[in-house]
Design a protein around this ligand. Structure first.
Ligand code: DC
Length: 226
């Protein structure tokens, strides 16, 4: 039996992380985990349960309460909170606006990282895990680490088409740059490129081109790891 393949895909919002990660997982026959969805899910629970998301101590106190279960099928990734499917509500603007504050709380991160390492350990053939700190913190021994980037303009254009409710590209760009700054500037495992990650700028590439490139990089890493 070959060792399970662990692919870490990090980068800021709107670089094509989710589409790329799901497609790579399908191509390589691997499981898939969207860690951003987990931070969104816990944020949705906080908002739904009246926790003040501007109060890190209140978030820390409540962080152990919700039970978050992530599906790992790249063709139909689902996430539930306390048994309720939250796949839709976690994409709301309300959650998007609050998720950086909630995900900066160390107690929240400790809990999510536990879930993430357990999912990686349980994946028989391997897994593609997408996020911000997967290569640096969650799975530092990953087979391949990819860091996706794209210009702020391209990222905003991609994101504005994706979020619930019609949002202008300019407003999306402003919110996205603000969220990236918060995610990169936080104390506990910020958004960062691991020293041994390979950077792929997706600004001028189609999704298929990015997927081809990542699949090739994983193949190279697997070959040298043998
Ligand atoms: O990928 P996304 O936009 O759905 O992620 C939502 C937020 O979760 C993002 O603003 C930063 C946070 N996040 C994180 O802190 N660490 C991760 N591994 C993944 C996401």
């Amino acid at each position: 039996m070959e060792n399970p393949v662990i692919v870490a895909i990090d980068g800021p919002s709107g670089t094509g992380k989710s589409s790329t990660s799901k497609a790579v997982a399908v191509r390589l026959g691997l499981s898939y985990l969207d860690t951003g969805a987990q931070y969104r899910a816990i944020t949705w629970w906080m908002l739904s349960n009246g926790v003040d998301v501007a109060d890190p101590a209140a978030i820390a106190d409540a962080s152990g309460k919700p039970v978050i279960v992530s599906g790992t099928d790249p063709r139909d990734p689902r996430i539930s909170v306390d048994g309720v499917d939250a796949s839709g509500p976690i994409r709301s603007q309300e959650v998007t606006a609050a998720v950086s504050a909630v995900s900066a709380v160390p107690e929240v991160r400790a809990r999510m990282v536990e879930y993430q390492r357990a999912a990686a350990a349980a994946a028989a053939t391997g897994i593609v895990v997408e996020g911000r700190d997967i290569g640096t913190t969650v799975l530092p021994d990953a087979t391949a680490k990819i860091f996706l980037t794209a210009s702020a303009e391209v990222r905003a254009a991609r994101r504005s088409g994706e979020l619930l409710g019609a949002v202008s590209v300019a407003a999306t760009q402003e919110a996205l740059v603000k969220r990236d700054a918060a995610d990169s500037g936080r104390k506990t495992s910020p958004l960062a490129k691991a020293a041994d990650a390979i950077e792929v700028d997706t600004s001028d590439l189609t999704l298929d081109e990015v997927v081809d490139r990542v699949v090739a990089l994983v193949g190279e890493k697997k070959a040298t790891a043998r």
